[in-house]
Unconditional design. Structure first.
Length: 137
């Protein structure tokens, strides 16, 4: 065991360089050209991004479409894209959209609202607006 009786030697190392504050102009970090985007432009970009996400979540399910998944075969009666109405229909705080569907494999199938997203396990049986040509022949 060693006993240190001498004072520690003075630190002779060079001090580390200080990082600049992010808004400072420094030669190695160019400033972005042009003014900052207008808040209205940012809001419209966010709104457009949210609209795209909603459309991806709904998928090809428009009014009149029939789709199948593990739960059954459903006809889409309405697509609700109004967030307030969707929240009221689903009884939750976060939905941006809702679907009103009906199980067509059940004789007593009643319309009900869902908020489940379109997944790879869903299969489109009939597109929205497609007519049944076999019924006309």
């Amino acid at each position: 065991m060693t006993i240190m009786t001498d004072a520690p030697a003075a630190d002779t190392r060079q001090p580390l360089p200080r990082r600049p504050i992010p808004h400072e102009r420094v030669p190695d970090r160019p400033t972005p050209s042009g003014p900052r985007p207008h808040p209205g432009a940012v809001d419209s970009m966010v709104t457009e991004a949210l609209r795209r996400v909603v459309e991806l979540e709904i998928g090809p399910r428009e009014a009149g479409a029939i789709y199948r998944n593990v739960d059954g075969v459903f006809e889409v009666l309405a697509v609700i894209r109004d967030p307030e109405r969707a929240r009221a229909l689903l009884g939750r705080r976060s939905p941006q959209w809702a679907l009103i569907i009906k199980d067509i494999t059940r004789a007593d199938g009643q319309p009900f609202a869902i908020g489940s997203v379109w997944t790879t396990s869903d299969y489109l049986v009939r597109e929205a607006g497609a007519r049944r040509t076999e019924a006309l022949a």
